[in-house]
Write a protein that binds this ligand. Structure first.
Ligand SMILES: Nc1nc2c(ncn2[C@@H]2O[C@H](COP(=O)(O)OP(=O)(O)OP(=O)(O)O)[C@@H](O)[C@H]2O)c(=O)[nH]1
Length: 590
């Protein structure tokens, strides 16, 4: 969003690049044929500073467009929706160059009417996000309106965003998810979270131990779709144009391994760090924040339980967080969200710059400010555009195995994410590597996304795949299922360029650590530190690791995180000692 627009709407003013769309500006880049129309402004001032009505080229208004222009605008809208993966935000009354010209009430009404007709033509709905008056001397007030255009879902092709939920134990993560996804407020004694727990010991202790997924949908009109008016996940998927899948990760330090696995393996688009207003930064909060930073997952913060404390205490927690975020190591720009306007600005700016960190203060018991978080989640755009998505889909099929289940009458089922290509029902793939470095043939019998059947899975989507009679004991988390045409590189020995984030004494050859790379999680031994005998906290080096149990499928450039007790480090894979799988004819386990 242009800084001037953001200023107008009261947001924090980070200048953003690239204008688009004339009196109609939209998220999703400049449309074809809709290049910059920056014109000389006949000596009139810009940005609403002086009080002269700025020059508005009449053809840029959407008032009664000719048939030809209407068709052109429809083509632009189609393109923008495609670019934005089904979503686009239009700013009416703003020129290509960001000039806030505004439209009269009547012009705005006519323009919105045209926009609605355009949306109807492409099978989309429109929602007005916010309206503002432009300030200058005129008898007629002039307005700017931001409108969300969203495609009505077809064939389960809703936009799917994954949000990992982080935060200290008891900060209110599960409760907040319960409230968002079930549509009922909490009683302060754990009622909302009860719906989310999976294991008996979780119900008894009130602590999340495993990873669970919760869904919150938004329809094409931007309204919430959750279990309050839908009975099943299938119904939620059917009525939603956009789906937020929350990955609820455990808060307790004891489950840190699972939390890291959730962050590295499930490739979240964003992370939501929940901090309790009454405790502030406590327990694992700092560690979770560090993890999101190290793994470069853009995050926003929710300060929960504001009903329990005074305004001063909430402010203290906000200040504490702002201080940490602004520290040189973090370098973030906190953006406190206090109104609907702030929520819209936060969503737009957050997507443009990972340095912006929106902060919400809310209560899952009184419901205070919960709507602001919903507004934000509704507008939050995907970070990849349709072109990047298309490129990923062109590659060979690769599915990461994150979970393995046995389902009565269905057989073996694996859960995970399709990292590239397309996967169809009935497709033959190979899975591995096994302990002896082999890949085994299998058939994908059926696919489910968010608990409803789906015929085709596309890159970036998470799903469960039924493998029929395939022997479950041959599978483990961290394997990949790939196209038989691929010749996956597997290795036991690899090198990585690392930074040692913390180590109590010194880090040397022979040290054992748990290595996390994507969905791979295995103990590895440090075989060599290039050019050094030992490493101290903060030092960098290229290190050779050897997995102690079995080979893994790794890729050069993949992000890596390792830990052992208090020892922690991050880096990326730089070299692999590949074990060739070529001579291993794909073996059938049957
Ligand atoms: N008063 C009040 N209580 C809340 C709020 N949010 C959560 N709680 C209560 O705080 C307690 C802990 O909440 P949980 O949602 O289980 O916390 P968690 O962060 O998921 O904890 P782990 O699963 O152990 O990581 C429960 O008793 C909730 O009822 C809130 O906004 N206000």
């Amino acid at each position: 969003m242009d800084s001037r627009v953001s200023e107008l709407f009261g947001g924090c003013c980070r200048p953003a690049g690239g204008g688009a769309g004339g009196a109609l500006r939209g998220r999703g880049g400049a449309a074809p044929g809709g290049g910059s129309k920056a014109k000389k402004k006949n000596g009139r001032s810009r940005g609403g500073k002086a009080n002269n009505p700025p020059y508005l080229p009449p053809e840029l208004k959407l008032v009664n467009p000719s048939q030809y222009r209407f068709e052109h605008l429809v083509t632009q809208m189609k393109w923008r929706l495609q670019e934005g993966r089904g979503e686009a935000v239009y700013q009416i009354g703003v020129e290509d160059n960001g000039l806030l010209v505004g439209l009269s009430e009547e012009e705005m009404r006519a323009s919105l009417k045209t926009l609605r007709r355009m949306a109807e033509k492409v099978g989309a709905d429109i929602t007005v996000l916010r309206e503002r008056e432009v300030d200058y001397d005129s008898d007629v007030p002039r307005k700017i309106t931001e409108v969300l255009v969203r495609k009505v879902p077809d064939n389960q092709q809703f936009l799917d965003l994954r949000v990992a939920v982080l935060g200290n134990v008891d900060s209110g993560k599960s409760t907040l998810l319960g409230v968002l996804t079930q549509g009922e407020l909490d009683n302060g004694r754990g009622r909302a979270r009860l719906n989310l727990f999976r294991h008996l010991h979780e119900i008894q202790s009130g602590r999340t131990s495993s990873i669970s997924f919760e869904i919150l949908g938004f329809n094409s009109k931007g309204e919430v779709v959750n279990y309050s008016d839908s009975r099943t996940a299938e119904e939620i998927c059917e009525s939603s144009s956009k789906m937020i899948t929350f990955i609820d990760l455990a808060g307790h330090h004891k489950y840190l391994k699972t939390t890291i696995f959730g962050l590295t393996s499930y490739c979240p688009d964003f992370a939501m760090l929940v901090v309790s207003a009454n405790t502030g930064i406590a327990g694992t909060t700092r560690e979770h924040l560090g993890l999101a930073m190290a793994l470069k997952v853009p995050f926003f913060i929710v300060i929960s339980k504001v009903d329990l404390c005074s305004k001063a205490t909430v402010e203290r927690t906000v200040k504490q967080l702002e201080r940490i975020l602004k520290q040189p190591g973090c370098n973030k720009l906190p953006l406190l969200v206090n109104s609907d306007d702030d929520a819209v600005t936060a969503a737009q700016q957050f997507a443009q710059s990972p340095n912006i960190t929106p902060i919400f203060t809310l209560s899952s018991v009184s419901g205070e400010n919960l709507d602001l978080l919903k507004v934000f989640l509704n507008i939050l755009p995907p970070l990849t555009n349709s072109k990047e998505q298309e490129e990923l889909m062109q590659q060979l099929t690769e599915f990461q195995v994150d979970e393995i289940y046995t389902v009565p009458e269905v057989g073996t089922v694996v859960g995970g994410t399709l990292s590239s290509g397309i996967c169809r029902e009935g497709e033959n793939l190979v899975v591995g590597p096994t302990d002896d470095g082999k890949f085994l043939r299998l058939k994908v019998c059926s696919i489910q996304r968010n608990r409803s059947a789906c015929r085709v899975l596309r890159a970036g989507q998470a799903a469960t795949l039924a493998l029929g009679p395939f022997d479950r004991s041959l599978l483990r988390k961290g394997m990949v299922m790939v196209s038989p045409e691929m010749n996956p590189t597997i290795c036991s020995v690899f090198e990585a360029e690392i930074v040692l984030l913390f180590h109590a004494t010194t880090f040397r050859k022979g040290f054992q650590v748990t290595v996390h790379v994507g969905n791979v999680r295995q103990t590895a031994i440090v075989e060599k530190i290039h050019g050094k005998d030992k490493l101290r906290t903060g030092e960098k080096a290229v290190v050779r690791f050897r997995f102690i149990k079995h080979p893994e499928y790794l890729k050069i450039g993949a992000k890596l995180l390792f830990r052992e007790g208090v020892t922690k480090g991050i880096g990326h894979v730089t070299d692999l000692q590949a074990i060739t799988t070529k001579e291993n004819a794909w073996r059938s386990p049957w």
